[in-house]
Ligand binder design. Structure first.
Ligand code: CA
Length: 656
């Protein structure tokens, strides 16, 4: 390639001409290991010379002279080299010579790395498979996205508390341990999550991220700062130095969840990298991975210093290959995309199409906020507003979150569950799974809290500092009732069901605990000693069971929902009644469901349609058993929801 002036590189990379010359889609970049030979392939279209450097150590601090092998130009900007012998465990980097300057970098396609991800490692992936891995598979086949119940957690938060009863605190292996209990004998960890009834665990980033020093113990970060996209994070492994250990232990964790019938979702952060100047892809092909203008200024919609140029063919290919790899090698069941509104829809759709060819049940969802970003081509972004252009991708529903608890940006603002009035129309559209920006419940992730911003309880407390705990817990239960009743995909932050709080040492509430450490972030398993935490857990557990019992709540077809849902307006009241006609729905035991939401401080008498109704969810209790049978009318407690089931007539005939 001829030398291109630096300020014109970005435009050149995004030109049709460049993409025609240098797009390589064979899917074999990286180090391909066999027992007798390893083949290295790297995409470096702007380099004059490329070398692979072989090391015995994975750590740059250790003085060592590399064995240096010149690579040969292959095609479309790819360079190759092969080395005979069994290279398993050999560390390596690439050196590229561009405009007379040499730059050494890790392999962007590294499947294994040494400590802190500085050097790649050649790995025989089959040797990293735990026992039984060949039989490990997703617990799901042919399920709709709306059948999922997602539990969002951080590996360290779940395991690290002194009362977790878990041996491998803060580690992948901590989530493989069975039979763990807290000091009062309540189950914790893996068993606890399985008992709750959720279908999927969504884990905050566990690809290799940069902000934790893997040579130290006890550091904390959420992990939204990618370093090596194809490799698990080393600080979650019992040994971050030997590249195979983290791979094996991540697989063990995934297999443990699968053995409990739970799918595993990884939080992926493609929209930016930890340090664009130091990111290995940008070192090998200067500035290619990021959106940089002709003045050399990085686009920064991510507010993390750089935005990924997903619209370029070899960035798109990188992201597609990455997701395919996690699906095939790690048997992942879903992906949550951080700030997906910074990625283009072509990339997002290609990922879904390629994955769904082999695994149609894999879930895809993310944050579809529209953010300003300096794209290098004319592209549409994967935002809520463009949701109709990415039909296989679901978006976080901040409309229901704001409806329930008030906006995050206004800590004093209340929501439907703590006294804000005039919300009935928004409640109805959210119960049908179609907030104003979307037309299918399959594309909606409903939630009242996630790792970002205040926990649900803290937000309710912030808006009503004088309210007593019992009152706040009532609001919390009503919010949960709406999340699990609404069409769409229900999602809870781990610990929401344990009245989780994030309180700083000075008593203020922490709305961004990404580096706040274990004292703020750890799930406090000892809280299960408190009756109100146990009751809240049981309430969530009951709501999850109720939702799983009733396919009427999990419909994905908006036309069917329109046909079957009826709302009763109550004059002069804030309460809402939603009636679902369940006749003929596959797997549904009810003839009708009646869901009543009462956000007011007064109890309400609600008239019911004809017939015998069983209360399954009320102010204090939720589940799939009849709490009480009623006819004619029912009294609903202040700030609560009530779900009633009218059985099919045949159910009574059989019993009588
Ligand atoms: Ca790391």
């Amino acid at each position: 390639m001829e030398a291109i002036e630096k300020n014109k590189l970005g435009a050149w990379y995004s030109s049709e001409e460049f993409e025609k010359l240098y797009t390589y889609l064979d899917g074999d970049l990286g180090a391909g290991w066999t027992k007798n030979k390893t083949t290295f392939r790297v995409w470096a279209p702007t380099a004059k010379e490329v070398y692979v450097n072989l090391y015995q150590n994975g750590w740059r601090g250790k003085k060592e002279t590399a064995e240096r092998i010149a690579m040969d130009p292959h095609r479309n900007g790819v360079w190759t080299a092969a080395k005979n012998g069994d290279l398993q465990g050999t560390f390596y980097t690439y050196s590229v010579l561009i405009d007379g300057a040499e730059q050494e970098a890790c392999d962007p396609y590294a499947k294994a790395v040494g400590v802190n991800g500085e050097r790649a490692m050649v790995v025989d992936l089959a040797s990293t498979n735990p026992e039984g891995w060949d039989k490990d598979k997703s617990p799901f086949r042919e399920c709709d996205a709306t059948d999922a119940v997602i539990y969002e957690a951080h590996i360290r938060d779940l395991t690290v508390h002194k009362d977790s009863g878990i041996e491998n605190k803060g580690k992948f292996l901590g989530l493989t341990e069975e039979g763990t209990v807290n000091c009062s004998g309540d189950i914790t960890g893996l068993d606890y999550i399985a008992d709750l009834g959720v279908t999927h665990i969504h884990l905050l980033p566990f690809f290799d991220y940069a902000s934790v020093d893997e040579t130290q113990e006890g550091q904390y970060n959420w992990g939204y700062d990618p370093k090596n996209f194809f490799v698990p994070e080393g600080s979650y492994a019992t040994d971050p130095y030997h590249g195979e250990t983290r791979i094996c232990e991540a697989k063990k964790m995934i297999a443990a969840f699968h053995s409990k019938g739970i799918g595993v979702i990884m939080d992926v952060v493609f929209n930016h990298v930890h340090d664009a100047e130091k990111f290995c892809f940008n070192n090998i092909v200067p500035g290619y991975f990021s959106r940089i203008d002709s003045e050399g200024v990085y686009s920064n919609g991510s507010i993390c210093g750089n935005d990924t140029a997903s619209e370029r063919s070899m960035v798109r290919e990188y992201i597609v290959q990455n997701i395919l790899y996690w699906v095939e090698e790690y048997h992942m069941d879903g992906f949550r995309f951080d700030l997906v509104g910074l990625l283009d829809i072509v990339t997002v759709n290609e990922i879904i199409e390629r994955v769904h060819e082999v695994r149609p049940e894999v879930l895809f969802y993310g944050e579809g906020w529209a953010m300003p970003t300096n794209v290098t081509k004319e592209v549409k972004m994967a935002t809520q507003k463009n949701s109709h252009l990415t039909p296989g991708f679901a978006y976080f529903n901040d409309t229901i979150r704001n409806l329930l608890r008030g906006r995050n940006s206004d800590t004093n603002e209340k929501g439907y569950v703590n006294g804000r009035t005039g919300m009935a129309d928004s409640l109805k559209s959210n119960l049908m799974g179609i907030p104003y920006w979307v037309s299918s419940p399959l594309q909606v992730v409903n939630y009242a809290s996630c790792h970002d911003d205040l926990t649900l309880y803290d937000k309710l407390k912030e808006a009503e500092p004088e309210a007593d705990r019992a009152g706040l817990l009532r609001s919390n239960r009503l919010a949960a009732g709406i999340v699990f009743a609404a069409a769409g995909i229900p999602f809870i932050q781990a610990g929401e069901e344990l009245v989780r709080r994030k309180v700083n040492a000075d008593g203020t509430m922490n709305s961004n605990s990404y580096n706040a450490g274990d004292s703020i972030n750890a799930i406090s398993w000892e809280c299960l000693q408190n009756a109100d935490c146990r009751e809240m857990r049981d309430y969530y557990k009951g709501l999850i069971a109720f939702r799983k019992e009733h396919p009427s709540l999990r419909m994905g077809d908006i036309e069917e929902i329109r046909d079957r849902f009826t709302f009763y307006d109550i004059p002069k009241g804030e309460e809402t009644v939603c009636l679902i006609n369940c006749e003929g729905i596959n797997g549904e035991s009810a003839a009708q469901l009646c869901m009543i939401f009462n956000p007011e401080q007064a109890e309400k008498e609600i008239f019911l349609p004809d017939g015998r109704w069983e209360i399954h969810v009320s102010a204090g209790k939720a589940g799939t058993e009849c709490i009480e049978e009623v006819k004619g009318s029912v009294t609903v407690s202040p700030v609560s929801c009530m779900f009633l089931v009218k059985k099919q007539e045949s159910a009574y005939e059989e019993n009588s």
